[in-house]
Ligand binder design. Structure first.
Ligand code: ZN
Ligand code: ZN
Length: 177
């Protein structure tokens, strides 16, 4: 059913992630009713009456017209200007408890796959290892507690899952209410 949507290199399935949903709502940029509407973050100082269709995101017209960005690009400094520009201005963002941030790997922005719990993460040991490292760095040194936290992801806390567009490694960070 997503066959006619524009392709987003850094957010390949925005229907699965919930960032774009079927809707009769008109786009705030092109004023067309395309059948699809964007549901996640957009940072701008201007008033936007409504949200955008996927096409006005993909061609950059929404970001340009309202001088806004779909993500907070803070921390994304290891990637090219072109990639940063594509993620910030031409890629759907996502909803999270905390301010969403984008992960990068191999000097490119990673592709956002969605919010997941332990069940999905279990298939990606590389992402679990990254979470373990992050949690240890932030002071969680009790291995049993750490594993308990990880296996309960999907409840009060969940993980944002990404995949490197270059080497395919899965990456994740924890999002909690
Ligand atoms: Zn539009
Ligand atoms: Zn990589």
């Amino acid at each position: 059913m997503s066959a006619d949507l524009p392709f987003f290199r850094y957010h390949p399935d925005p229907l699965a992630s919930g960032s774009i949903r079927a809707s009769a709502e008109k786009c705030a940029c092109c004023h067309r009713s395309t059948g699809w509407i964007y549901t996640a973050t957009f940072y701008t100082a201007q008033d936007v009456d409504g949200s955008f269709c996927p096409w006005c995101i993909a061609d950059g017209s929404a970001a340009e017209r309202f001088a806004g960005e779909f993500i907070d690009a803070y921390g994304l400094d290891g990637i090219s200007k072109e990639a940063l520009e594509e993620v910030a201005h031409r890629t759907p963002g996502f909803q999270a408890w905390q301010d969403p941030h984008w992960l990068d790997h191999c000097h490119d922005a990673a592709a956002f796959l969605g919010e997941v719990g332990y069940t999905e993460l279990a298939a990606h040991p590389d992402a679990l290892d990254m979470l373990r490292l992050d949690l240890r760095m932030s002071g969680c040194h009790d291995a049993a507690k750490l594993e308990h936290f990880l296996t309960h992801l999907g409840g009060a806390a969940s993980a944002m899952l990404f995949r490197c567009t270059v080497c395919g490694t899965h990456l994740a960070y924890v999002d909690a209410s």
